[in-house]
Design a binder for this molecule. Structure first.
Ligand SMILES: Cc1cc2nc3c(=O)[nH]c(=O)nc-3n(C[C@H](O)[C@H](O)[C@H](O)COP(=O)(O)OP(=O)(O)OC[C@H]3O[C@@H](n4cnc5c(N)ncnc54)[C@H](O)[C@@H]3O)c2cc1C
Length: 385
């Protein structure tokens, strides 16, 4: 199996690395974290200008001959070095939701959403999780009822709807048939400018990390959507959501790999120059071994992430492989944030070192987009258990 990047994919990695150094220096990212503000849209428009929203979109919108999951990983690994959180603001549109619109949306929906996403002009939000349905997402209770005029009336409550206020488009999952099995009665809808809709009440939820990517609870009270807001077929929304979740899990793995590698690079530089007991910390065997163990996890996670991309490239989906990638990448990130902070000592505990940010962000990836236990359940099913 050859997981080497092509020359074009290497160029994506290199361009992204330079982009991140210039546009997202640590002091700027830490300012976003401290102030709990989203990065300016301009940052994402620059990514759009580079074509970095199109990795998983069809040629008509991306200009690529075919989708390029490996190119997507080349980008994510480098971008996540600066901020895992900010990577999710890009990925919710580029990786999870725009490909969903491309696959299931009507021609009008595609023309409305995809060019704006490609230009990096809009964030996207996903309204799936509810107070009573998280890991068991298909048990959602928000309802969508069709009126005689064909419009949809939506009522319910959503939780942790990231970037719902600033998003240009929200993809909302709601129950359209309560009488059938839970996965069979769900439909998905496209909502424009959710933050400006008077029938949608948003309340920011304070979170441990992910400061630059605010998340909200969302009350939907008699939200009326036009007939053409339905994405794909009525009652078939679960299939739409699932493909998006697989993509999310794969790129979450890549975020873990990129952010972990950034931590390791930082730690290596630090322990080589920091002297204690008359020699650099890097000469202490237990320090060296800790760093080696971090790198071992990164290498293993990277291979699983690349394998996922390779399967997605060949078959168009990657259910099991995405779960492997997510578990390996997320647990690697948590481990590297924890161990990296320890190895930087008092400096690691300072906000300016960037390690507290990593420490707080890393935990999200073991929960959001499907907890580690849920991923292990998926892998177990693949093993016939
Ligand atoms: C910062 C943040 C941003 C988010 N953004 C979004 C978003 O934009 N849109 C959206 O729809 N959702 C979003 N989510 C929701 C996220 O995907 C859910 O939190 C996640 O799926 C877990 O659901 P839950 O929190 O309800 O946990 P629960 O389902 O209540 O699970 C709690 C814990 O129970 C354990 N557990 C659960 N199921 C199993 C199992 N089968 N076997 C063993 N143990 C299990 C796990 O340890 C799990 O962590 C976000 C969450 C966070 C924290």
């Amino acid at each position: 199996m050859d997981f080497e990047f092509s020359p074009e994919q290497r160029a994506i990695a290199e361009t992204t690395r330079r982009f991140v150094e210039k546009e997202m220096p640590r002091r700027k990212v830490l300012q976003w974290v401290r102030d709990k503000v989203e990065p300016p849209q301009e940052l994402f428009e620059k990514l759009g200008a580079l074509g970095y929203y199109g990795f998983l979109l069809p040629e008509a919108y991306s200009g690529l001959e075919r989708p390029d999951p490996m190119g997507m990983l080349a980008f994510v690994e480098q971008f996540a070095r600066a901020s895992a959180a900010v990577t999710t603001a890009w990925g919710r549109a580029a990786v999870i939701l725009a490909p969903l619109v491309a696959k299931f949306g009507s021609p009008e929906q595609k023309d409305l959403v995809l060019p704006r996403v490609m230009r990096g002009e809009v964030f996207m939000a996903l309204g799936l999780t509810e107070p009573g349905s998280g890991s068991d997402a298909a048990s959602l209770r928000t309802t969508a009822v069709r009126r005689p005029d064909g419009c949809w009336v939506i009522n319910g409550e959503k939780l942790y709807c990231s970037q719902a206020k600033s998003a240009g488009f929200l993809i909302l999952a709601a129950r359209t048939n309560p009488k059938v099995a839970k996965q069979e009665g769900i439909s998905t809808f496209l909502v424009q400018d959710p933050g400006r809709n008077p029938s949608i009440e948003l309340t920011r939820i304070e979170t441990m990390g992910l400061g630059p990517v605010p998340t909200f609870s969302m009350h939907l009270r008699n939200l009326v959507l036009p007939p053409d807001a339905l994405i794909g077929e009525e009652h078939k929304g679960w299939q739409c959501v699932l493909g998006g979740l697989d993509n999310e899990r794969l790129y979450h793995g890549a975020i873990g790999v990129g952010a972990s590698q950034a931590i390791i690079d930082e730690v290596v530089a630090y322990v080589k120059q920091r002297e204690q007991f008359g020699k650099p910390l890097s000469k202490l065997q237990s320090v060296r071994h800790k760093i080696v163990d971090m790198q071992l996890r990164v290498e293993a996670a990277r291979l699983l992430v690349y394998r996922g991309a390779s399967v997605l490239d060949r078959t168009g989906s990657c259910h099991n492989e995405a779960s492997f990638a997510k578990v390996a990448g997320a647990e690697c990130y948590m481990h590297c944030a924890y161990t990296g902070l320890q190895l930087l000592g008092g400096y690691g505990y300072t906000v300016d070192s960037g390690l507290p940010m990593h420490f707080q962000d890393a935990k999200l990836f073991e929960i959001g987009g499907g907890a580690m236990e849920v991923q292990r359940d998926i892998i177990a099913r693949g093993l016939g258990l």
